[in-house]
Design a protein around this ligand. Sequence first.
Ligand SMILES: *Cc1c(COP(=O)(O)O)cnc(C)c1O
Length: 455
Amino acid sequence: MAHLAHDPAIRADRRTTLELGAVLPQTAEVRHGHLYVGGVDMVELAREQGTALYVMDVAQIRQQLRAYREALGAANQVVYAGKAFLNKAMVKLLIAEGSWLDVSSGGELAIALAAGFDPGHIVMHGNNKTEAELTEAIQAGVGLIVADCFEELDRISRITTERGSTQSILLRVKPGVVADTHAFIRTGAEDSKFGFGLSGGEGGSGGAARMAVENALALPGIHLAGLHAHIGSQIFALASFAETIAVLADFMGALRTSSGFTPEILDLGGGLGIAYQAADEPATIRDLGSLLTTHLASCCGELGLPLPRLMVEPGRSVVATAGLTLYTVGVIKKLKGLRCYVAIDGGMTDNIRTALYDARYEATLANRAAAPRDTVVTLAGKHCESGDVVALDASLQSPEIGDIVAVFGTGAYNASMSSNYNAQVRPGVVFVEDGEARLVQRRETYADLTARDVE
Ligand SMILES: *Cc1c(COP(=O)(O)O)cnc(C)c1O
């Protein structure tokens, strides 16, 4: 709101918010002491919709997708990783922004199709896709299936041969790169359940991956379009991506000699890290895009290989910063000499990342956003586990019962990992943009909790 920027009090408010820098969605600002996102008052929104509530800044999601498009160039393709956050409204946003979609289950595929997504722009993942899921994907006409193991190559070939169709696939390889991130989200090392190994072991020289290429080329009903690698998530060091490209280019060179195969597509997965804490300095999308495109061009150039079409599959870096979760403070326990527990009306059911990965989050009081965040508290949930913590040792304005807490950076792997533990109803999701709030997924009801019970 341009006219408000002339008000000196509001300019001061804004500076306070900006202390959180890259943690905040781009439209976050403080007006009259309240946190606004997408031009919408978060305190009003919490009052209207109740808490806990997921809020997504649509402008921020659009900006991230556009940044990827620009960074990769028109010849290459951004494929949003749906497992980070997916519902029909998100699918429609992807359609509007020209993004492809990566799904990792029959369920995600069903959501995409229900929202009218072009199946030709879908990439299907999974390390153990069931026969039913493969059939659903092939019947829907997904653009690419990323094959993860030998059994799957046989299954795809059997299904397409019976139908008299051909399916384009990528082969997922393990480049042997150990990304600098949490072990649970590191996926590119040799000791990983995902993909075909490149070195020794099974399949002799060139490993299982070489054998998989030969099988895929020989099997009927399969068009081998290229290779895929995903080394992990929340990665800060771009060098891991450069290393992956170098390994894959060498493999491509070896494949050309051994089987005359040159990939049309090289899909490098997702993984770019984001700022969860004010001090975090992740690489930018532009840096990643420029590293990937120049490094790929130079590696292919050196080996005389034709340049494949590059795909990347960002999830977290598209939606994490766009999202925040609003909670209401219910109980405050100051344990002398220990810590101050601030209990909120959600927790590990709407945000499991702290319990699962020791994730760190920044928070603010949405109703006193201009006040200094000068106390340290632990935001605890309402569930029956001591590990039910959303933010450990977070800076916050001195809290009072009834305050609205906004936890930032919750747009990825929060709603999509939510659960009904303690029969907690899952929060609703609101999209905010240009001063308007749109409920895109309603809060669950008690009726939803018994809807699947059969008597
Ligand atoms: C999880 C995943 C992604 C997305 O990773 P982010 O870290 O969220 O960008 C992309 N591709 C594959 C295969 C994945 O498993």
